[in-house]
Design a protein around this ligand. Sequence first.
Ligand SMILES: Nc1nc2c(c(=O)[nH]1)N[C@H]1C(S)=C(S)[C@@H](COP(=O)(O)OP(=O)(O)OC[C@H]3O[C@@H](n4cnc5c(=O)[nH]c(N)nc54)[C@H](O)[C@@H]3O)O[C@H]1N2
Ligand SMILES: Nc1nc2c(c(=O)[nH]1)N[C@H]1C(S)=C(S)[C@@H](COP(=O)(O)OP(=O)(O)OC[C@H]3O[C@@H](n4cnc5c(=O)[nH]c(N)nc54)[C@H](O)[C@@H]3O)O[C@H]1N2
Ligand code: SF4
Ligand SMILES: [Mo]
Length: 686
Amino acid sequence: MNGPVRQTLRSVCPLDCPDTCGLHVTVENEKVTRVTGDPEHPITQGAICHKVRHYPSRVHHPERLLHPLKRTGRKGEGRFERISWDEALDIIVRRFKETREMYGAEAILPYSYYGNMGIVNNGSMDRRFFHRLGASRLERTICNTAGNQGFQYTMGIKGAIDPEDTVHSRYIWVWGGDIVSTNMHQVMLFEKARKQGAKVVVIDVRRTWTARWADEFVQVYPGTDAALAMGIMQVLVAENLTDEAFLQTYTTGWDALKERIHSYPPEKVSRITGVDPETIRRLAREFAAGNPSLIRIGNGLQHHDNGGMVVRTIACLPALTGAWLQRGGGALKENGLSFVDKEKLERPDLLPDPNVRSFNMIQLGDALLEADPPVRCLFVYNTNPAAVAPSQDKVVRGLKREDLFTVVHDLFVTETAKYADLVLPATSHMENWDVYKSYWHLYIQMARPVIPPQGESWSNYRLFRTLAKRMGFTESCFDDSPEEIIRQVLDNPSNPYMDGLSFEELERKGIIKLNLSKAGVFPELLQTRTEKIALYSESMKRQGLDPLPGHVPLKEGRDAQTCLDADHPLMLISPPNHQFLNTSMGNIEKLKKMEKQPQVEIHPQDAMDRNIRDGDLVSVFNRRSTVHLHAKVTEDVPPGVIVSPGVWWPEAYPDGKGINALTPDREADMGGGAVFFSTAVQVKKS
Ligand SMILES: Nc1nc2c(c(=O)[nH]1)N[C@H]1C(S)=C(S)[C@@H](COP(=O)(O)OP(=O)(O)OC[C@H]3O[C@@H](n4cnc5c(=O)[nH]c(N)nc54)[C@H](O)[C@@H]3O)O[C@H]1N2
Ligand SMILES: Nc1nc2c(c(=O)[nH]1)N[C@H]1C(S)=C(S)[C@@H](COP(=O)(O)OP(=O)(O)OC[C@H]3O[C@@H](n4cnc5c(=O)[nH]c(N)nc54)[C@H](O)[C@@H]3O)O[C@H]1N2
Ligand code: SF4
Ligand SMILES: [Mo]
């Protein structure tokens, strides 16, 4: 770290955001003073979001955790004393060994998500450690598994469009994604398309910033998108707008789907979705005429009971018009091309018992309260479940268990850390060596530390490597250096897109694009692969699912016509906000000020019925809990739906209870996914 006092160094944004930006970091006297976008990065193009420009305030936050802590107060109270790393590691190793001896290692549960997307620190040494230990496994379902599974059922692949090709799209639907806030570089690419005449339509429940930016906003009731997609398909058939040659060549099950489509005439679809029949007809015509048409499928519409089927159904649409055949046409949810060899990186072969039990992460409350035999140790890193996991009251009751030994590794004393027995300080990505792939664009990037570890903070890599040694694990994979892990990431013969990617080139350039010379992306890939687009899906049938696409009503809540529960007639959507990244950045004062306070948007009619005025403190409640926040009366949301943006730190709510107290921990129809937005509530003035 010696050298000039002021330097500009390269880094990569580690946050769980599709854009995975290249960063320029100004470092003065070992402090990060400025973060900007890498102007040479083909996707970042010098621009980053507002929140990450505030990253210096995160790295050098006055409340940044700098030493290991041990609990002195009651669980949840947040009282701790400083201890040494040595003592902390001794306690963990002793508790893990005791637990393993008395109850078996499956009484230990690791709990992590993607607070840091680097593979050296998330998805290698950590997984090896828990596999070798024999701990219970975790299904990481909280984000996108329902929709990804649905997309895959239709397309046979997680996605193969190069986002850079979306500049060629000329008619664009942004469906259930708030990309101005959550995927800003897609907006930049669409802006280029727009300059060439593209039209952008946003299909969402709420009039978002993205909806305002677009040329047209189509407002739908939550969870009804599959009906809308089927209605559009019905019009395509009725008006002879389908591409029969494409359907014959590239799909299976067209006749069966056509049969199903008849039951979705626009008038009926309108009653379900709230979109008027003429708009449905016009959307169909415009989509067929788009040259080419692209659907950018967001993550929001799949956080529902029917989320898998919604995405599976929407993914069928471009096949009806053959939009896939044109560059910039088709549908883009994520890309599935930069997959790594998980066996090698995570080493599930180290599991003493491959059949060890597994928990769905969205049901953490049940795992802690009801598992038999019980979970006795919980190790949380890269996530903040006390705030982000659904059915928060249950999660908190579980975390409060006196006999549960909880370790939390984080940069801050988060809401979850308040319940820990030990809190361990984590480095930020600015302090780590790591490699990053994106789940949207096609570049792989490497970043070196730009400042030394702050205080006594340790990276996940160092923590799990050290714990492995202290547990006496002697396998050589626990000796792998970050460089060796990065080499293993690149070395994946089963992925043609990684063929020939060299560590040396990545080290030299910091960024390399996937190799598209062997397999390519759509549209070329469509012509070379043997797999067909499954309009009728045999594999869904085998799984006991409906093999054809279609609308399935939600398990609680309402559509434009039906309300399932008269006591809780409003649907609550709680999507990400602009200035936070899930709960990360939710403790940066300037960003908090810009978001003002936790609030709930309510339609003037619903507000009037309840005698609620703009700014009033209201209670939002259902059978799971009650949350207090301020009302914002606005026509941005439809009647019957309320929207509370952002997962704030629970302390920001008047009584310390966050929005996820209200959300259900049911599994979606596919992939064990989360259904945050299928939440029925009632609202009253507090
Ligand atoms: N600024 C910011 N950026 C982020 C994040 C963040 O917290 N803040 N989080 C990151 C993460 S982890 C993720 S997964 C992505 C998510 O980013 P997106 O893909 O944009 O998904 P969401 O923001 O969850 O939801 C997008 C939209 O879906 C709408 N929606 C909800 N239900 C329905 C429905 O039934 N139908 C339709 N058509 N729309 C519906 C919501 O109103 C919302 O506007 O963003 C990432 N980027
Ligand atoms: N109501 C509602 N709830 C939601 C959502 C929603 O839209 N609405 N979105 C859901 C979605 S899509 C997602 S992906 C989840 C995301 O939920 P989480 O994955 O929990 O995301 P964050 O809240 O950002 O928490 C990440 C934590 O990891 C920590 N961290 C960062 N880097 C490191 C590191 O290197 N080491 C360690 N040990 N810790 C680190 C951060 O400081 C932070 O506390 O939330 C879900 N919850
Ligand atoms: S959060 Fe997303 S847009 Fe912002 S800097 Fe990181 S990768 Fe880029
Ligand atoms: Mo997510």
